[in-house]
Design a protein. Sequence first.
Length: 368
Amino acid sequence: MPDSPVSIESKKFQDDAARWAAVTARDAAAEGVFFYAVVTTGVYCRPTCPSRRPRHENVRFYDSPAEAEAAGYRACRKCLGKDAAEARRREAVTEACALLEAAEEAAPTLEALATATGLSPHHLQRTFKAVTGVSPRQYWDARRLERLRQNLKSGEAVAPALYGAGYGSSSRLYEKARGQLGMTPATYGRGGLGATIAFTTAPSPLGEVLVAATEAGICFVGLGADAAALEAELREDFPKAEILREDETLGRLTDGVLARLAGRTPDRELPLDIQATAFQRQVWEALMTIPAGETRTYGELAAAIGKPGAARAVGRACGSNRVALVIPCHRAVGANGSLTGYRWGVERKRRLLEAEAGTDRDALAAAG
């Protein structure tokens, strides 16, 4: 069988001298046969790239984009296009996510993920964080915790649920359980059986406020028109917990939460007992640093925690906040400053921001 045109060209450009000659001549015949990378810029290009020619000693040749990226180079936006480079980055992250999802007993190493996706470990780590907002290891930890929650809620015993979710040691999970589940795995798996959650409700200018807490701290703050509906939501999350109404003992915590409605900053030392991934905690800490009366876009928050490009992940972290007002997710806005979705209603979000800015403070304080 005669050689195909591609294989013929491959033979023509087998050695570096022939490839360099093709680059200097911008030889169209070399298209798709090889790519060249420039050490000083960290970029790889097609042979016909219109950019100024680099020095020969700074050039390295590769047979494919994957090979160049595995060596740590990124695609040239001039000759490969911004869209092509972005598509390649996202393709690599999608591949890495699939490998992390499929791993059952142990997280794949960064080196293994890099080899599978065709990127260097450093490039993959940076790209993965830019796209998802978390590192591959943090992604694995979050998925493992989610599998554990699902296993426990399906009725599995603690030990099978632990090992089925990929935990090699029960002691390591129990060390982190209060911060991740809000209670021990056994209690969580029994729908909160054995846990005691106290709650109270109070009227406010923005409707009813429900504050619930375990012994460790506040685990839920809700706003709504109907106190009974808020209580039902709390009970649905932990159907077997002992949930008690405690109007007197939760007074200090409730006062701290209601301070937000008057535009005041609540006590940062209010104890919290909340479930969160490492990334969610980063976002929530960033929200706590926004001064009252100011807002930040999701993109600005992503940049503030060192994860530019993770605006959507930041939005999801804001949406998963279960302690409204204390962690002020209402201060996060869209790229154009618009009041995007808020769990407790966009109108309440607007009123909260107006109160903090002082435009609605007197009305809220008087009503409270």
